[in-house]
Design a protein. Sequence first.
Length: 564
Amino acid sequence: MGIVAFRPRLLDSLRGYTRPMLLSDAMAGLVVAIVAALPLAIAFAVASGLSPEVGMITAIVGGLVVALLGGCSVQITGPTGSFIVIVYMVAQQYGIGGVMIATLLSGIMLVLMGVLRLGSLIKFVPYPVIVGFTAGMAVVIFSTQINELLGLGIEELPAAFVPKWQAFISSASELHLPTAAIGLGSIALIYLSPRVLKGIPGSLVAIIVMTLLVWALREWGGITTIATIADRFTISGQLPSPSLPPWDFALVAALAGPAFSIALIGAVESLLTASVVDSVTGERHDSNTELIAQGLANIGVAFMGGMPATGATARTMTNINNGGRTPVAGIIHALVLLLGFLFLMPLISYIPMACLAGVLVVVSIHMSGIRSIRSLLRGPRPDILVLGATFALTILFDLTVAIEVGLLLSMLFFMRRMVESTEILVSRDELSLSAHHDDRIDAQGELLSLPEGVEVYEIEGPYFFGIATHFEELMASAPGRPRVRIVRMRFVPFMDSTAVHNLEMLCQNSHKEGVRLILSGVNERVRTTLRQSAVEQIIGSENICPNIHQALALASQYIQDIQT
């Protein structure tokens, strides 16, 4: 398989780099940092139960590392809504130290995925699983924002979904009208302002307008009951020194599951974003280099006290739409965020919590993927079951369980489909050569008479553990004992270890019973598998025939020999 060819896209992008390209990238980096990355980094960190500084540091470090080392020219990396559920749970149980360690572990896993060339395989995570856990996370994120959005004043909000909504219902009478007005007004601004202010995200407009409004209400209206970021967090505006909290094997073991979920989600989200970029720009990203870069970014973020980061589709598309074409735009985006962190953090403390809740409610609505769910609900029943199970488990339990069960169900349904698609045809008196699209044109419609005592078992499809047991049962239930068994394998594309073991046992049992076993139509790939497993030596290379005609001739000769 070899060592992965790690080559950051920045090296190729700097060849022939011109001043107009720099100006275009600089403008894109500036726009994406101010209008998209800054407000969302703050919102996602707060929703995860962390300080806004954590979100900013994550966007700065993660964005810079991926821009320098990534395999996609215009990828913008930072905290995303996909991690809110997991990070919130880890933060509640283990604090910011646990988040840092989980982020570090996920980064190591991402690097290993890239080194092991798993970039192309990550894209094969079943679509119903992706839609299910994304929709489930959207519901969970929406649920976590109701308290701040409406000002219900619940201090100890239950973590579980059902008790949380029971608390909301029981506290409905505590609705704080000024806070609810800010929260619902923010949602209205997010949806309505782009109609007037073209090209400016509604979330940025809502944050600016509502922050000024709440400041005015405090200064001149005497209304001080609308909570702001400063009421929840202490903001220093100073870059932290690289460090990691104390940790041991027990803590690593406890965080391994959440870290794997973070790594898997990060890999899928970043590579899906890179694929969208390819369709827009016409370039082709390097998925393994991108995974390594995302892993190194999370490792760096962890040492700086940040939270998980991955490629963000909305921010990346904002970069492209504003002229970004090389990783330089991502570098400038990170530098602009760094300046904002150093000089604007005191102003961030004035942002109302209800406004951030409104931003995240809109994010959750966009994440829900209603159209994708509707499309899947019209599809095969197994896909609907995987979607429903992943969605329900994400809401009622946690994302790690949901992904594991979703993947397991998908694999089980896939194996069932494979078993159903593989047929075993048994012929005893005559054999049709035209069955299942014979590759011999001159054999269409031809029937061959089988010598007495000869049975032909034709396997049509993959010969793997799902079909091996069925093959054994079919052999055992056959009436009488033939003198020759021919296993016709012209439509067997591959065999797994269980099938090889099954065939080896069949060879040994046939030898004990005095039945000769002949294989027919074995392709080169399957032949190599048989040779490597010593099955060819057991059965004898003379009993592996290229086609059914030679196999029948060998069987007829054998029967004649034992009769004389």
